[in-house]
Design a protein around this ligand. Sequence first.
Ligand code: T1G
Length: 718
Amino acid sequence: MTTELYSGDCLQALALDHGIVEIRLDRNNEPVNKLDARLLRELDLVLEQLRTHPGLRGVLLGSAKDAFLAGADIAVLWSMLEWPRQQLLEFCGGMQRSLTAIGELPVPVACIINGYALGGGLEVALCADYRVLAADGQVGFPEVGLGILPGAGGTVRTPRLANGTTALEWIAGAHTYKAAAALKAGMVDAVGEPPQLRSLALDWLGRAIAGEHDWKGMREQRTSGFATDEAAFTAAREQARKASRNQPAALAVIDLLQDCSSLSRDAALAREVQAFAGLIQTPAARALVGTFLASQQLKKKNRNQAASSRRVQRVGVLGAGIMGGGIAYASAVKGMPVLLKDVAQKALDLGTGEARKLLGKQVDSGRLQPERAEAILASISPQLDFRSFETVDVVVEAVVEDLRVKQAVFAELEAQVLPGTVLASNTSSLLIRDIAAKVQRPEDVVGMHFFNPVPLMPLVEIVRGEKTREEAVATAVSYAIAMGKTPLVVKDCAGFLINRLLGAYFTAFILLIRDGADFVEIDRVMESWGWPMGPSYLLDVAGLDTLDKALVILGKAYPEVMGTAFETAIQKLAGQKRYGQKTGAGFFRYEADAKGRPRRSGDPQTYELLATVQPQGPRAIGDEEILDRMMLAMILEAGRCLDEQVADSALEIDAGMRLGTGFPVHHGGPLWYADAVGATMLLQRCERYRALGGLYTAGLGLHNLAARNGKFYGSFAP
Ligand code: T1G
């Protein structure tokens, strides 16, 4: 028999048989359970009631939703950016006390984690005596990725439950873990299929009630310090420095864990609150929390747009190169069978070989069963003709980057598919309106600009041509989502959005070198600002010949901004066949290491070559000027793109740069960073570099913002 003890907006308490009470999280009218003041208030009320509940023998803690608890409400984290410190300390202290009270009930508590428990969600679960996790569930601490650290006891309970090394890995690493890994780490006590979770949890409770487990002793043990391993802390620091330049959160967690290892649980909890309050108002946390919310908005917009489209069930891919093979793989893996067509058998072998290689990696790492990999591969049909193309919903063209060839391919393709089939080009440098110029149904033609390597890169630019109909755009959006990618709808212009902004960035680089800067210094400055690679190294990796071609196209399309009427550093090196890694030399020199990976070293010859494109000779340029010129060029181009509505909003431009280029996430994106600097200050800097021409001329939008003291994210609110 079940009796309701409490029913609120966030949870219910139900008295079950045999003295067991179940607390069931179930947020009214919201898709997920989240940890906020309302939930804590209701939890306090129920715990208070349970402390004197007659006949109570055990407590089950679970969720009525698809997942246990998604952690703190991120919209509340956003508001915390403005709270006075005292309010932050009080809120977190209160949150910790409410959670601690779970583990201080006079009876054993078992937590059922279905779906996921993240951040504060896992912190709640850690307060129970036992945790059972769904076999398809996930747990973890995403906080460091938000520029903060767990503030509800995660840094205190994790090392005391598992050990210090696990705490370092789980919290500083900010990964989520699947059930098997969580069990191995000792973060949960059992794993089960969702229908069995409840009886599994009841079983643990039963054994605790029967005295088969010393749950009281375990509680006691976890109130003191924990053992540390010095080497693990050193390794974690090293890793954190490499992984997240200028992100204070990972290093702060490591320091906190080390400083608190000998403290009692309660003393460590007090330190955690202080550390949390110290991080939540840093610019990095502001950028990371803000951009999480912005990404959610983009996700919603894409979902809404996709809702008005046809569902993509079958796909055609033309051109079986590395890109075509990658697109075929990424579609097939997500359950969309592919017709992969090329004109040459050799190319087909290459494309399917690419898919086979990618699947093999998944099998080797244990993420995919061999039979499933075979089935996925079998869903890709390599063919030399257009057989069955009338059955596909979308065709992605990935043939050579040549307008005439693409026009001919589209004209031929159009006759082979049903009207309404979306015809997408994966071009990176041609205009969609030019590609569509020779077809009967230009309204079906759209751009889908994938990034290399397709399986790893999360972004797809969806390019709306002049005549593309809305439904074709929506279908491309829906297809990209079905592939697990983030689609970004952009206008048809040279470079689209991402390459256009990178074009401005590389133009700034070329000008700096011309003016005498040392490319190694430029890389150092940009890497210490947070870019994973400096521009010279990036050019070497991407290929100087390829980048030069792209920059020439951009220079023609935007002569005022990206035109260069002199021999550039890139052209100088490419002219010597120094294309970068692929030819063993570019800005740097490369030799294969023992594992065949390119190892970088300096090369005095580069300086000799570059001296010939430096009319005033080499000159020391300060870090501030280097950073200013590089980032200002990108910001101003982003502003111009917004003025021209290349993308709909600042948040979309920033999301594109984070996902498409490795833009340092803790700076938010070019326009987020622009807001942090301020429009007036940016205009002052433009003035400083006026002599350098159009690259440093601000667009109308930035002038308007400066005039009214506005921000690119002016209307942004969670
Ligand atoms: N706060 C507010 N809303 C959230 C939310 C959260 N934490 N998590 C999800 N939502 C909303 C989301 O906006 C969307 O709403 C809906 O739920 C479904 O999400 C104290 C400080 C959980 C893996 O970082 O990573 O705890 O758009 O579309 O793809 O120490 O959302 O439908 O109106 O993304 O299945 C730690 C953040 C916070 C988790 C689900 N927690 N969320 O992904 O669906 S810090 C997180 C996610 C913290 C403590 C600290 C994902 C998800 P709507 P969705 P999904």
